[in-house]
Write a protein that binds this ligand. Structure first.
Ligand SMILES: [Zn+2]
Ligand SMILES: [Zn+2]
Length: 306
């Protein structure tokens, strides 16, 4: 009567160890700077990674405070996935330095900058900071071009395999599944892509350059007079005149951006204002990267073109 429960409890203890301790300790830690990269780590890394995102869809990734809680997360990271190309230049170098984590310093396999894996748009001919927040490596906001995203996903799967060679087949398989899912979604979106092709739009910041490039669309005006600078009321009046001549189809802004100026311009010009998720979690229907593309294109067509 006495021995059996004791043996049982020993057995339970052993089981608990395997259930709780083993899978948890086997997981690698990823630190992502933006939600789109956290999601890509989930897609490719599956249950091998525990993922933390430094920002959410309602924060401006250019301006983040390098707080102690973030330093602690970077300290534990096996893999760091950020946009790079200077997007996080105001906060990431400090996090790296303060974390003193050798695995994710700039020359290590654990340091993965997404934008640097693909060709970039808007690389300046010469650096003149008076033109605003200009980046020497070009536009860092690469994730909304699905072709570049697939290249980045492949490079990420290779990087994960280098860090964790035992699971290289797993990462490669998950990359192929992701590519298949995304391509299937893009095929379904073909009618919307055709409607958007050639359209002119007003943007807010260079957040949309890759999406527009992929869709063969043109930004004829930007709510920012120069990158990183909010519009003044005199600039908005000038913009309104410009818009009346160029006749764009709609104004597009990201969920995280201040919409006051965009709303004013929409009201004055009569153009539809399309508020897009921009990244994972920017609205209720953008919970993964495949959904993000579907929702973005559906909203651009339904709210922008009708
Ligand atoms: Zn910048
Ligand atoms: Zn930017």
């Amino acid at each position: 009567m006495n021995r059996l429960p004791r043996k049982m409890s020993q057995l339970l203890l052993v089981l608990a160890f395997f259930v709780v301790a083993l899978p948890a300790s086997a997981k690698l830690n990823a630190f992502a700077c933006e939600p789109e990269w956290a999601e890509l780590v989930r897609e490719i890394g599956g249950d091998k990674y525990r993922v933390f995102s430094a920002t959410n869809a309602f924060q401006n990734p250019h301006f983040i405070e390098a707080r102690p809680s973030l330093i602690a997360k970077v300290r534990r990271a096996d893999l760091l996935v950020c946009s790079g190309a200077e997007l996080e230049i105001g906060w990431l170098p400090l996090l790296l330095r303060q974390s003193a984590n050798p695995n994710i310093q700039t020359d290590k396999p654990g340091y993965f900058m997404a934008a640097m894996q693909v060709s970039r748009l808007e690389i300046p001919q010469h650096l003149d900071r008076s033109h605003g927040d200009i980046h020497a490596d070009g536009n860092p906001h690469v994730h909304l071009d699905p072709l570049r995203l697939i290249s980045i996903a492949k490079k990420l799967s290779q990087r994960m395999a280098a860090i964790d060679p035992d699971n290289s087949a797993y990462y490669s398989l998950r990359f192929k599944l992701f590519r298949r899912q995304l391509n299937k979604q893009l095929n379904q979106l073909a009618p919307l892509i055709a409607q958007l092709e050639g359209q002119k739009v007003v943007v807010y910041h260079k957040s949309w350059s890759y999406l527009l490039d992929w869709l063969d669309m043109t930004a004829v005006a930007d709510l920012e007079p120069v990158p990183g600078v909010a519009p003044s009321s005199s600039y908005l009046v000038k913009l309104l005149k410009q818009i009346r001549q160029q006749k764009p189809a709609f104004i597009m802004v990201a969920a995280y951006q201040d919409q006051k100026a965009a709303k004013w311009l929409a009201k004055k010009s009569g153009l539809p204002l399309v508020v897009l998720p921009y990244t994972i979690g920017g609205n209720d229907s953008s919970n993964n990267l495949v959904e993000l593309f579907a929702d973005t294109l559906e909203q651009m067509v339904q709210q922008g073109l009708n």
